[in-house]
Ligand binder design. Structure first.
Ligand code: GAP
Length: 559
């Protein structure tokens, strides 16, 4: 019997499991780690490899219209000029001059503290003196609210009367870093502010905005999240996220190169090579799996946003007159189905369609598949319709046309592209988060104990079957177990484990996400039929199976 329990802090439980079971370590841990970089341990590397292999098999090997490539991480610097990354691959950066902390402006939220009620001029003066507000900004807020309320009529006459008698006052600003609780945190901060300064009256529900929306005269009034004091945050500036390096012995401007921030440009730059050396015909895709590097301002949420990560991207080239919206939708559905095929529950998946006005100028549409991570619903997989932007840019910059010939119209054209782009590490974190459970388990004797289980799909589980001889010092048992182990491991990742009580060994495998355990017991060797106990991870049900049954089970579920 089991009773599942959601751990109080799922993210903490995942980080702890990852360390304890050799899934993920901090990079260079003995030197204190390096923010935004991670190592995958023995169990983690198997899981990660399985995610990649499943994707490659389904995306490339099992399709007739997609081929794979592997391009270099450092490419000609002109690639990144043509693609627009040198000029525009940046995030808005804010410095706190006092704490020396750096923030992404679009992840730093702030709100005005506006109170309706008794207005004590001495408090206002004190706040002006402390640099929390200026009379100019205070007046502007008052006028804005008056104008808006009068013109839209969305406030009661009482409210308007209060403002007109100057009883609605802006006292200052509060700020927080983005989280699941951004709005609630800001409201709490505003309550605290009001209490601290002895302000009477009714605090308004705060309206939050990110720091990129702050006006020039508001910036000095917004407190730094590090110090709680205003005056130290700089105006946002563009920070290019590409890591620079130098190629060759000279370290000057002529030798500057970049670690790629996406794998996609490899596919565009090799487009003609692939067309000329294979038999691909439109529509077709070029896929690649590989490391990408971004000097993220705020790497966070474990492996969700890191500085070195792995991408699986595919550029699907279509005719310029093709129905791009239809192909786009087909790829979104393909990606959703693929995520489900490796065990992500539908309940955790959703779509986010980028609003038209926020799309890059070359993009016709972008839909993100979102996943419900422990820290909120966040982007897992982006599927973008990029038009002919990339090929056209490279044709112009290199002087080498990137066109195909259309037999029907007898005209040359530049193909358009649909791009599904996903991070392996984000999938890794998603399968951990969706699969992790702590359960109270009651055994036949009525004893209750806790088990931690990782419900990973057999497709990606690091170990598919654990082979457990009931006793380690009974040669008949160990011989049969070894024989089975040797046979199965030709095709599958299997583990031989003879250490400790059988219950303990089951728990060990539950935590590692192993879908099945096979126990070689006395019935195996004494009774006819050569059967084993097959113990299923999720239900913990035990049945007796033959070797042929086990092989069939694996063939059916591990693909
Ligand atoms: N070629 C398009 C492109 O790179 P993107 O949305 O910037 O688009 C694609 O990245 C995917 O790569 C994201 O959906 C995410 O899964 C993953 N990704 C991006 N930045 C990442 C980071 N810093 N850490 C981990 N994964 C990241």
């Amino acid at each position: 019997m089991t009773s599942p329990a959601e751990p109080a802090n799922l993210m903490e439980s995942l980080v702890s499991l990852a360390k304890r079971r050799g899934l993920i370590y901090a990079s260079s841990e003995i030197y204190g780690g390096l923010n935004g970089f991670f190592d995958y341990g023995p169990l983690g590397v198997e899981l990660k490899r399985n995610i990649r292999d499943c994707w490659w098999r389904d995306m490339v090997q099992r399709r007739d219209d997609v081929v794979g490539i592997e391009t270099s991480i450092i490419m000609h610097p002109k690639v990144w000029e043509a693609s627009g990354h040198v000029a525009g691959f940046s995030d808005p950066l804010v410095d706190c001059k006092v704490s020396k902390q750096r923030y992404r402006a679009d992840q730093l939220f702030w709100a005005p503290v506006i109170v309706d009620g008794e207005n004590d001029p001495s408090i206002q003066e004190a706040l002006v003196a402390k640099g929390r507000v200026t009379t100019g900004v205070r007046e502007r807020y008052l006028h804005l609210r008056r104008d808006r309320s009068v013109s839209t009529g969305d406030h009661s006459p009482g409210e308007i009367a209060a403002w007109l008698t100057n009883r609605t006052v802006l006292y200052g600003f509060v700020s927080v870093l983005e989280s699941e609780r951004t709005q609630a945190d800001l409201q709490e901060q505003a309550e605290f502010f009001k209490k601290k300064w002895g302000i009477k009256g009714q605090l308004r529900v705060v309206e939050h905005r990110d720091f990129t929306e702050a006006k020039e005269d508001e910036i000095p009034l917004i407190p730094s999240p590090a110090t709680g004091e205003p005056g130290s945050l700089t105006a946002p500036r563009a920070f290019n996220m590409m890591f620079q390096t130098n190629v060759g012995a000279m370290s000057d401007a002529s030798s500057v190169a970049y670690l790629r921030p996406e794998t996609a440009q490899g596919m565009f730059v090799d487009f003609k090579n692939v067309v000329d050396t294979t038999r691909v015909k439109l529509p077709f895709g070029i896929a690649q799996i590989g490391k990408s590097f971004r000097n993220e301002i705020t790497p966070r949420n474990f492996i969700f946003r890191s500085r070195e990560f792995e991408q699986m991207e595919m550029e699907y080239f279509i005719h310029e007159d093709a129905d791009w919206a239809k192909v786009h939708e087909e790829w979104i559905v393909w990606c959703e189905n693929w995520l489900k095929s490796i065990g992500l529950p539908e309940s955790h998946l959703s779509r986010y369609t980028h609003p038209k006005e926020k799309l890059a100028f070359y993009s016709r549409g972008t839909v993100d598949i979102m996943f419900k991570y422990p820290f909120g619903v966040q982007e897992l997989w982006g599927i973008a319709a990029r038009g002919s932007y990339d090929l056209t840019q490279h044709a112009n910059a290199s002087g080498k046309p990137q066109e195909l010939f259309d037999e029907a119209s007898k005209k040359k054209f530049v193909p358009h592209v649909i791009e599904p782009a996903v991070g392996v590490d984000r999938i890794f974190l998603a399968v951990l988060a969706a699969g992790y459970a702590e359960e109270d388990v009651t055994d036949e004797k009525g004893n209750v104990e806790k088990r931690t289980v990782l419900r990973l799909s057999p497709r990606i589980a690091p170990v598919k079957v654990a082979i457990l001889p009931l006793l380690k010092n009974k040669e008949q048992l160990t011989n049969r177990a070894r024989a089975l182990y040797t046979k199965l491991r030709r095709n599958y990742a299997v583990q031989y484990d003879d250490g400790g009580a059988i219950g303990k060994r089951y728990r060990r495998q539950d935590e590692a996400g192993t879908p099945w355990c096979v126990t070689i017991d006395f019935d195996t060797i004494e009774k006819p039929g050569d059967t084993f106990t097959l113990r299923e991870r999720d239900s913990m049900k035990q049945t007796r199976v033959t070797e042929a049954d086990l092989v069939a089970l694996l063939a059916e579920n591990v693909y």
